[in-house]
Write a protein that binds this ligand. Sequence first.
Ligand SMILES: C[S@@+](CC[C@H](N)C(=O)[O-])C[C@H]1O[C@@H](n2cnc3c(N)ncnc32)[C@H](O)[C@@H]1O
Length: 305
Amino acid sequence: MGASQAAFVAVAGFAAALLARRALAGRTADLTALATLRAPLNRVAFAARSRLGWTRGAPRLENEQKYELFDYLEGDDRRSAEATEADLRARYALELLAARSTRRAYRENLYVLSTLDRFAAPPERGARVTAIDVGSKDFVYAAAIAAFARGGDEGRTLDVTGVEIDGHVVYRDLYSRADYARAYAAQAGSGVHVRIADFLEFSTAEPAALITMFFPFVTRFALLQWGLPARDYQPAALLAHAASLLAPGGQLVIASHTHEERDALAALMADVSGLQRTASSAQDSKLVDYWQDVPERWISVYVRT
Ligand SMILES: C[S@@+](CC[C@H](N)C(=O)[O-])C[C@H]1O[C@@H](n2cnc3c(N)ncnc32)[C@H](O)[C@@H]1O
């Protein structure tokens, strides 16, 4: 298909999706079918931003004071969040991050770190730890993954990589997702990197002790809504690839938004060999201020046998 035909198909698909959404407003619609109308636009837009590879360089990461960090909570909820923050800050040496982050970024890191701290086993003692975060978006939580991989041992060498297929999205301040991801990775310390690549084409020098996937797409609808091309909907292949990169005893930690996603994940994982599920649990973290917008969160942990 030529560029002008592709552009026409994309615009037509987008218009059809808009019209269908309007026509179906207020009714129970087949949202997957609706999202499918976006597929041509996703394909063209993804190809265009990937080819452009826009970058504005390194953004300056702002700092905000952390006074009353959980001011959206009250009573026991607030006291509990404050106690969790103090505990994680002390055990994982988060002072530097606390002093150099926005409130949102700091809370995101607390959420990710508390998830790992609660549901995953600390990486085994060793001089070097390899960890991968799949689909890391802007990698705002790079410091949390690094802190967990470090396990309080500042002498440990890290090889932590955030892998993101769609790094060239441009934000309103004209920095790209990859610009931010690289800045957050640099802030997280030495040995923390970003790769803008399809995870299916990524591998590490050494098997990984930890692979995290925070909210991977296990439904076609979610992937299309996010703006990725339909051909990138390959959850079974992604999970099998993650399993193949794990060291014996290595952990795959996966967060899901809904119980439907959790069940879809469990069905996919049933076909992945060599892994044993060690946890599947609801998570009701209030460490992020949008906790009420996400009524459910589930964490599943698998260990390579
Ligand atoms: C729902 S988002 C979650 C982002 C991030 N983990 C978070 O919790 O904020 C899923 C991410 O996975 C990325 N992704 C999807 N397929 C991928 C692939 N094959 N390789 C690398 N990244 C992928 C998407 O571009 C998106 O940024």
